[in-house]
Design a protein around this ligand. Structure first.
Ligand code: XMP
Length: 520
C-alpha cells in the first residue's frame, strides 16, 4: 500500500464501514487531503510527519473478535489526534482501558444527543438547544470510559455518545457524523481537522485532477488503454482525464448497443471525435446485442448478457489495436457499493451494474477505474476542471444497459422504437419548461402491459408508458420530483398523441429506497 506523503493529511483507518468513503468525501469537501488505509494493511512506519490526524472508521466487527481485526496499539503513542467513529470509538476506548459491551437495545436510526460538557470537537455544533439529532447504527457500546476520558454528550441509549481525552487529543463519537442524517455532522469533522489537528486547507478539484492524472500515468506506464465511452457524464470524464494523462495511448470505444436514447450515437461521435479530437472508435453492435437479448426478460440476465457482450467487443478491439492492457471505465463509488461490498462488510447486492458486477469472471483486460472512489457531484466538478462543457457535465445519468432495463419483459425492435420516442419527448419537455437541471435524472420506460383507451371514437389497446423523474444527491437515495399538473398534462398529451403504441402515461411516485431509480 503506497500512501501519498507529499501533502499534510488526515489518515482514515478503515474497519470495513459502508461509510468510510463518505468520511473521505466530507474531508475533501472541507478542502483537506486524506488517505484511506485498511486496518489490515496499516503499518506504524507509514504514519509520518504528513499525518496530522487519524480517523478510525466504523465497521461490522466487534472489539472482542481480536483475530478479526488488526490495529497496532503503538499508533496511540504517536502524539497524533485521533477521532474514533462508532466501532472506531469503541476500539479507541477499549485500547485505552475502557469496557465495551453489547447494548441492551441495538440503536439504528435517529437519536437525540444532549450536551454534557464543552469540547473543541463540539464547538458550534449543538447550538442553543444543547442537543442535536444524530444517526446511530450500532449493537455494542462503551459501558465504562477509560481513565482521563470525559463525557461530552449522551443519548438515552448511549451514555458515552461523545467523549474526549483532552490530554492525548483522543475523541470518540458513537454515531456517524459523516452521514447527512446527522444534523451539523460536518461541523464535528471540521472541528476535528481544523481546531484539533490544526491542518490547513490543501485540497481542491484542481489537486484532485493532478493526483488522478499522476496515478493513471503510474498505473498505465507504457501500455495502451481502451476506454468504454458511453457519452454519459462518468465515462466522458474518464475519457477526458485519460486523454490528458496518456494522450495517444488511449483508444475510446463507443458501442451502439441499439439500446441508446434517440440520436445519442450521432451526438457522441460529434462531441468526442470532432470537437474534443479524442481517438474514438465507433462500433455498431445493434444486431449482436438484440440477438443475444432475444426473449430474455429476467433483469439480472439482461444485465449479465449486456456486460459480457460489452467486454467481448472491447477484447475484440483490444486484439486489433495490440498491446492493450487496460480497460478504463467510469465506475463511481455508489456503483461499487450497490453491486458488491467494497469493504468486505455485509452490504447486500442490489443489482449488477453493467460496469461492475455484470462483468464476466474471467477477463483478459485489467480494469482501470480512476473515479471509483468519487461521488457523482465530485465527478462533475472534475469534468469542469478538465474543460468538458457544461452540456456534457450536467447530463442526466444513463445506465450502461440502456433502454434494456427501462423495458421490463422481453425486448423487441418495436418496443425500442416506441420507447426512444417517448423518452425523447419527455426530456425535450423538461428542457423546454426549464426543468431539466432541477431534476437529477429522468426517463421514460415502457411497461409490458397493454391497456384499453379511446381515441377518435375508436378503441385502442396499447402499451403503458411510465415516467420517472427524481431528485438526489448521489443516486444512493432519491425522491420523486413533484411536477405541476399542467406540465404532466402537457407531456401526457404529447406522448399519447404523437406515439402510436402508447395510450396511457403513469408517473412513478416512489422514492429510493424502497424502490430503485431504474426499474430493473
Ligand atoms: P439504481 O437503479 O440502482 O440506479 O437506483 C442508481 C443510479 O445508477 C444508474 N445505473 C447504472 N449505471 N450501469 C451504469 O453505468 C448500470 O448497470 C446501472 N444501473 C443503474 C442509474 O441510472 C442511476 O443513476
Amino acid at each position: 500500500m503506497i500512501l501519498d506523503n507529499s501533502l499534510n493529511k488526515i489518515l482514515i483507518v478503515d474497519f470495513g464501514s459502508q461509510f468510510t468513503q463518505l468520511i473521505a468525501r466530507r474531508i475533501r469537501e472541507l478542502g483537506v487531503f486524506s488517505d484511506i488505509v485498511s486496518h489490515k494493511k496499516i503499518k506504524l512506519n507509514q504514519i509520518n510527519q504528513s499525518v496530522k490526524g487519524i480517523i478510525l472508521s466504523g465497521g461490522p466487527l466487534n472489539v472482542y473478535q481480536i483475530n478479526k481485526y488488526s490495529f497496532d496499539k503503538k499508533i496511540l503513542g504517536l502524539d497524533i489526534p485521533i477521532l474514533g467513529i462508532c466501532f472506531g470509538h469503541q476500539i479507541l476506548s477499549k485500547l485505552n482501558g475502557g469496557i465495551v459491551k453489547q447494548s441492551k437495545h441495538r440503536e439504528f436510526g435517529l437519536a437525540n444527543v444532549i450536551k454534557k460538557n464543552n469540547s473543541l470537537l463540539t464547538n458550534n455544533f449543538f447550538g442553543t438547544k444543547k442537543s442535536k439529532v444524530v444517526w446511530m447504527s450500532h449493537a455494542d457500546q462503551v459501558s465504562k470510559l477509560p481513565k482521563n476520558f470525559k463525557v461530552i454528550a449522551s443519548s438515552s441509549n448511549s451514555k458515552f455518545a461523545i467523549v474526549e481525552n483532552k490530554i492525548k487529543n483522543f475523541y470518540g463519537v458513537q454515531f456517524h457524523p459523516e452521514v447527512t442524517h446527522t444534523e451539523n455532522g460536518k461541523k464535528l469533522i471540521s472541528n476535528f481537522i481544523f481546531l484539533i489537528c490544526k491542518i490547513r486547507r490543501n485540497w481542491s478539484s484542481k489537486d484532485q485532477k493532478r493526483k488522478l492524472i499522476k496515478n493513471v500515468r503510474a498505473q498505465v506506464g507504457d501500455n495502451k488503454v481502451i476506454c468504454a465511452l458511453s457519452g454519459g457524464v462518468d465515462s466522458s470524464v474518464v475519457a477526458q482525464l485519460l486523454n490528458k494523462a496518456i494522450g495517444k495511448k488511449l483508444y475510446c470505444i463507443f458501442v451502439n448497443t441499439g439500446l441508446l436514447r434517440k440520436n445519442e450515437e450521432a451526438q457522441v461521435v460529434q462531441t468526442f471525435k470532432k470537437k474534443l479530437k479524442i481517438n474514438l472508435i465507433y462500433v455498431n453492435a445493434e444486431k449482436e446485442f438484440l440477438n443475444k437479448l432475444k426473449n430474455v426478460s429476467d433483469p439480472e440476465k439482461k444485465r449479465k448478457i449486456i456486460g459480457n457482450l460489452f467486454i467481448k467487443i472491447f477484447e475484440r478491439y483490444a486484439k486489433k489495436i495490440k498491446n492493450v492492457k487496460f480497460l478504463a471505465q467510469g465506475t463511481l463509488y455508489p456503483d461499487l457499493i450497490e453491486s458488491k461490498s467494497v469493504t468486505g462488510s455485509q452490504t447486500s447486492k442490489i443489482k449488477s451494474h453493467h460496469n461492475v458486477g455484470g462483468l464476466p469472471k474471467k477477463m483478459n483486460l485489467k480494469l482501470l477505474e480512476p473515479l471509483k472512489f468519487l461521488f457523482k457531484d465530485e465527478v462533475r466538478k472534475l469534468g469542469l476542471e478538465l474543460n468538458l462543457s457544461n452540456e456534457i457535465i450536467s447530463r442526466h445519468p444513463f445506465p450502461g444497459p440502456g433502454l434494456a432495463i427501462r423495458m421490463p419483459g422481453i425486448i423487441t425492435n418495436e418496443k425500442i422504437k416506441i420507447l426512444k420516442e417517448a423518452d425523447y419527448y419527455f426530456i425535450q419537455a423538461l428542457r423546454d419548461h426549464g426543468l431539466y437541471h432541477k431534476i437529477w435524472q429522468a426517463y421514460a420506460a415502457l411497461l409490458p402491459v397493454k391497456t384499453v383507451g379511446v381515441m377518435g371514437d375508436n378503441r385502442t389497446y396499447e402499451y403503458l408508458c411510465l415516467l420517472r423523474a427524481i431528485t438526489s444527491e448521489d443516486g444512493m437515495t432519491a425522491d420523486f420530483y413533484e411536477f405541476k399538473k399542467s406540465f404532466m398534462q402537457t407531456i401526457s398529451n404529447k406522448i399519447v398523441n404523437s406515439i402510436r403504441g402508447i395510450n396511457r402515461v403513469v408517473y412513478d411516485i416512489t422514492s429510493k429506497p424502497p424502490s430503485t431509480i431504474e426499474l430493473e
